[in-house]
Ligand binder design. Structure first.
Ligand code: DC
Length: 222
Protein backbone atom coordinates (compact mmCIF):
# COMPACT_ATOMS: atom_id res chain seq x y z
CA UNK A 1 0.00 0.00 0.00
CA UNK A 2 1.34 3.44 -0.94
CA UNK A 3 0.55 6.77 0.67
CA UNK A 4 1.20 10.31 -0.55
CA UNK A 5 0.78 13.34 1.74
CA UNK A 6 0.18 16.81 0.31
CA UNK A 7 0.15 19.72 2.74
CA UNK A 8 0.03 23.43 2.17
CA UNK A 9 -1.81 26.68 2.86
CA UNK A 10 -5.35 27.59 1.81
CA UNK A 11 -5.74 28.18 -1.91
CA UNK A 12 -2.48 26.55 -2.99
CA UNK A 13 -4.45 24.27 -5.33
CA UNK A 14 -4.06 21.13 -3.24
CA UNK A 15 -7.44 19.59 -3.97
CA UNK A 16 -7.37 20.25 -7.73
CA UNK A 17 -3.87 18.83 -7.99
CA UNK A 18 -4.50 15.95 -5.58
CA UNK A 19 -7.65 14.83 -7.41
CA UNK A 20 -5.81 14.76 -10.74
CA UNK A 21 -2.84 12.82 -9.39
CA UNK A 22 -5.02 10.35 -7.50
CA UNK A 23 -6.95 9.64 -10.69
CA UNK A 24 -3.84 9.21 -12.80
CA UNK A 25 -2.12 6.92 -10.27
CA UNK A 26 -5.35 5.09 -9.28
CA UNK A 27 -5.08 6.22 -5.66
CA UNK A 28 -8.01 7.08 -3.39
CA UNK A 29 -8.11 10.83 -2.71
CA UNK A 30 -8.78 11.83 0.90
CA UNK A 31 -9.63 15.50 1.51
CA UNK A 32 -9.09 16.03 5.25
CA UNK A 33 -10.07 19.71 5.04
CA UNK A 34 -13.60 18.54 4.21
CA UNK A 35 -13.69 16.58 7.48
CA UNK A 36 -12.70 19.69 9.48
CA UNK A 37 -15.28 21.67 7.50
CA UNK A 38 -18.01 19.17 8.46
CA UNK A 39 -17.21 19.70 12.15
CA UNK A 40 -17.15 23.48 11.62
CA UNK A 41 -20.60 23.24 10.00
CA UNK A 42 -21.90 21.42 13.08
CA UNK A 43 -20.79 24.33 15.29
CA UNK A 44 -22.00 27.02 12.88
CA UNK A 45 -25.45 25.43 12.85
CA UNK A 46 -25.41 25.35 16.64
CA UNK A 47 -24.30 28.97 16.82
CA UNK A 48 -21.25 28.04 18.92
CA UNK A 49 -18.62 30.72 19.50
CA UNK A 50 -15.32 29.19 18.24
CA UNK A 51 -13.59 30.78 21.24
CA UNK A 52 -15.75 28.67 23.58
CA UNK A 53 -13.32 25.76 23.82
CA UNK A 54 -15.16 24.11 26.74
CA UNK A 55 -18.41 23.91 24.76
CA UNK A 56 -16.62 22.57 21.69
CA UNK A 57 -14.83 19.90 23.72
CA UNK A 58 -18.08 18.85 25.38
CA UNK A 59 -19.83 18.53 21.99
CA UNK A 60 -17.09 16.51 20.27
CA UNK A 61 -18.28 13.07 21.48
CA UNK A 62 -21.64 13.80 19.79
CA UNK A 63 -20.04 14.46 16.39
CA UNK A 64 -19.45 11.54 14.04
CA UNK A 65 -17.74 12.25 10.75
CA UNK A 66 -17.55 9.43 8.23
CA UNK A 67 -16.50 9.19 4.60
CA UNK A 68 -18.04 7.46 1.62
CA UNK A 69 -17.21 7.42 -2.07
CA UNK A 70 -19.77 7.96 -4.83
CA UNK A 71 -18.45 7.67 -8.39
CA UNK A 72 -14.95 8.15 -6.99
CA UNK A 73 -15.91 11.43 -5.25
CA UNK A 74 -15.44 11.74 -1.49
CA UNK A 75 -18.67 12.35 0.41
CA UNK A 76 -18.51 13.58 4.00
CA UNK A 77 -21.23 12.48 6.38
CA UNK A 78 -21.91 14.44 9.55
CA UNK A 79 -23.87 12.25 11.95
CA UNK A 80 -25.17 10.35 8.92
CA UNK A 81 -26.11 13.43 6.82
CA UNK A 82 -24.23 14.00 3.57
CA UNK A 83 -22.96 17.59 4.00
CA UNK A 84 -20.88 17.92 0.84
CA UNK A 85 -23.25 20.59 -0.48
CA UNK A 86 -22.85 22.81 2.61
CA UNK A 87 -19.13 22.93 3.39
CA UNK A 88 -17.52 24.65 0.39
CA UNK A 89 -17.87 28.29 1.35
CA UNK A 90 -15.74 30.90 3.09
CA UNK A 91 -17.87 30.97 6.25
CA UNK A 92 -17.33 27.26 6.85
CA UNK A 93 -13.63 27.46 5.81
CA UNK A 94 -12.94 30.27 8.25
CA UNK A 95 -14.80 28.47 11.05
CA UNK A 96 -12.86 25.26 10.25
CA UNK A 97 -9.59 27.14 10.55
CA UNK A 98 -10.63 28.20 14.09
CA UNK A 99 -12.23 24.99 15.40
CA UNK A 100 -9.43 22.80 13.98
CA UNK A 101 -7.01 24.36 16.47
CA UNK A 102 -8.82 22.62 19.35
CA UNK A 103 -7.21 19.28 20.37
CA UNK A 104 -10.53 17.42 20.86
CA UNK A 105 -11.55 18.29 17.29
CA UNK A 106 -8.27 16.98 15.88
CA UNK A 107 -8.45 13.83 18.02
CA UNK A 108 -11.94 13.14 16.66
CA UNK A 109 -10.54 12.82 13.12
CA UNK A 110 -7.07 11.34 13.53
CA UNK A 111 -7.99 7.63 13.67
CA UNK A 112 -10.42 7.94 10.78
CA UNK A 113 -7.66 9.50 8.66
CA UNK A 114 -4.96 7.01 9.65
CA UNK A 115 -7.20 3.98 9.19
CA UNK A 116 -7.93 4.93 5.61
CA UNK A 117 -4.36 4.07 4.59
CA UNK A 118 -4.81 0.44 5.64
CA UNK A 119 -7.11 -0.59 2.82
CA UNK A 120 -6.00 1.31 -0.31
CA UNK A 121 -3.30 3.43 -1.93
CA UNK A 122 -4.11 6.85 -0.53
CA UNK A 123 -3.35 10.42 -1.51
CA UNK A 124 -4.31 12.60 1.45
CA UNK A 125 -4.20 16.38 1.58
CA UNK A 126 -4.47 18.83 4.46
CA UNK A 127 -2.24 20.80 6.81
CA UNK A 128 -0.60 18.17 9.04
CA UNK A 129 -0.61 15.01 6.95
CA UNK A 130 3.16 14.70 6.44
CA UNK A 131 4.04 16.01 9.88
CA UNK A 132 1.45 14.26 12.02
CA UNK A 133 -1.19 12.04 10.40
CA UNK A 134 1.05 9.98 8.10
CA UNK A 135 4.64 10.49 9.29
CA UNK A 136 5.70 7.42 7.26
CA UNK A 137 4.06 8.47 3.98
CA UNK A 138 5.99 7.23 0.93
CA UNK A 139 6.04 10.74 -0.52
CA UNK A 140 5.43 14.09 1.17
CA UNK A 141 4.78 17.27 -0.79
CA UNK A 142 4.51 20.80 0.59
CA UNK A 143 2.53 22.68 -2.03
CA UNK A 144 2.47 26.44 -1.76
CA UNK A 145 2.15 29.67 -3.75
CA UNK A 146 2.43 33.36 -2.85
CA UNK A 147 -0.61 34.86 -1.11
CA UNK A 148 -1.09 37.23 -4.08
CA UNK A 149 -1.26 34.33 -6.55
CA UNK A 150 -3.57 32.31 -4.28
CA UNK A 151 -5.88 35.30 -3.85
CA UNK A 152 -6.01 35.94 -7.62
CA UNK A 153 -6.89 32.27 -8.30
CA UNK A 154 -9.68 32.41 -5.73
CA UNK A 155 -10.91 35.74 -7.14
CA UNK A 156 -11.04 34.28 -10.69
CA UNK A 157 -12.91 31.21 -9.40
CA UNK A 158 -15.54 33.33 -7.63
CA UNK A 159 -16.01 35.87 -10.45
CA UNK A 160 -16.38 32.99 -12.93
CA UNK A 161 -19.33 31.84 -10.76
CA UNK A 162 -20.80 35.36 -11.05
CA UNK A 163 -19.97 36.35 -7.47
CA UNK A 164 -18.94 39.93 -6.76
CA UNK A 165 -15.78 40.03 -4.65
CA UNK A 166 -12.78 42.13 -3.79
CA UNK A 167 -9.25 40.89 -4.46
CA UNK A 168 -7.65 42.76 -1.54
CA UNK A 169 -10.22 41.34 0.93
CA UNK A 170 -9.63 37.82 -0.37
CA UNK A 171 -5.86 38.18 0.06
CA UNK A 172 -6.33 39.59 3.57
CA UNK A 173 -8.52 36.56 4.51
CA UNK A 174 -5.94 34.17 3.07
CA UNK A 175 -3.18 35.76 5.15
CA UNK A 176 -5.31 35.52 8.32
CA UNK A 177 -6.00 31.84 7.59
CA UNK A 178 -2.29 31.17 7.02
CA UNK A 179 -1.48 32.77 10.36
CA UNK A 180 -4.14 30.74 12.20
CA UNK A 181 -3.13 27.45 10.54
CA UNK A 182 0.63 27.99 10.97
CA UNK A 183 0.68 29.37 14.50
CA UNK A 184 -1.68 27.08 16.40
CA UNK A 185 -0.16 24.93 19.11
CA UNK A 186 -1.37 21.56 17.90
CA UNK A 187 -0.35 20.16 14.51
CA UNK A 188 0.38 23.52 12.87
CA UNK A 189 0.83 23.82 9.14
CA UNK A 190 4.53 23.48 8.34
CA UNK A 191 6.70 21.72 5.84
CA UNK A 192 7.80 18.27 7.06
CA UNK A 193 11.58 17.88 7.09
CA UNK A 194 11.40 15.17 4.45
CA UNK A 195 8.78 16.89 2.26
CA UNK A 196 9.49 18.12 -1.25
CA UNK A 197 8.66 21.81 -1.64
CA UNK A 198 6.59 22.70 -4.73
CA UNK A 199 5.91 26.42 -5.23
CA UNK A 200 3.15 26.62 -7.83
CA UNK A 201 3.15 30.45 -8.11
CA UNK A 202 4.53 30.32 -11.66
CA UNK A 203 3.43 26.82 -12.64
CA UNK A 204 0.38 25.53 -14.52
CA UNK A 205 -1.78 22.74 -13.06
CA UNK A 206 -0.28 20.28 -15.59
CA UNK A 207 3.25 21.26 -14.58
CA UNK A 208 2.50 20.74 -10.87
CA UNK A 209 0.82 17.37 -11.52
CA UNK A 210 3.79 16.21 -13.62
CA UNK A 211 6.34 17.42 -11.04
CA UNK A 212 4.63 15.52 -8.20
CA UNK A 213 4.16 12.35 -10.27
CA UNK A 214 7.85 12.52 -11.17
CA UNK A 215 8.73 12.68 -7.46
CA UNK A 216 6.54 9.66 -6.80
CA UNK A 217 8.16 7.60 -9.57
CA UNK A 218 11.62 8.62 -8.31
CA UNK A 219 10.83 7.64 -4.71
CA UNK A 220 8.69 4.57 -5.25
CA UNK A 221 10.02 3.36 -8.60
CA UNK A 222 6.52 2.67 -9.85
O1 DC B 1 -8.10 22.69 3.10
P1 DC B 1 -9.36 23.39 3.59
O2 DC B 1 -9.41 24.84 3.22
O3 DC B 1 -10.61 22.66 3.20
O4 DC B 1 -9.28 23.32 5.20
C1 DC B 1 -10.16 24.04 6.03
C2 DC B 1 -9.50 24.27 7.39
O5 DC B 1 -9.39 23.02 8.09
C3 DC B 1 -8.09 24.82 7.36
O6 DC B 1 -8.06 26.24 7.39
C4 DC B 1 -7.42 24.24 8.58
C5 DC B 1 -8.19 22.96 8.83
N1 DC B 1 -7.43 21.76 8.47
C6 DC B 1 -6.54 21.28 9.41
O7 DC B 1 -6.38 21.88 10.45
N2 DC B 1 -5.86 20.13 9.17
C7 DC B 1 -6.01 19.46 8.03
N3 DC B 1 -5.34 18.32 7.83
C8 DC B 1 -6.89 19.95 7.03
C9 DC B 1 -7.58 21.12 7.28
Amino acid sequence: MYSIAIDGPAGAGKSTIAKRIAKELSFVYVDTGAMYRAIALYFLRKGTDPANVAEIEAECPKIHVTIEYQDGEQQVLLNGENVNGFIRNEEVGNMASKTSSIPAVRAALLDLQRNMTKTADILMDGRDIGTNVLPNADLKIYLTASSAVRAKRRYDELTAKGEVCDLATIEKDIIIRDQQDMNREIAPLKQAEDAVLVDSSDMTIDEVVDAIKEEFYKKCGK
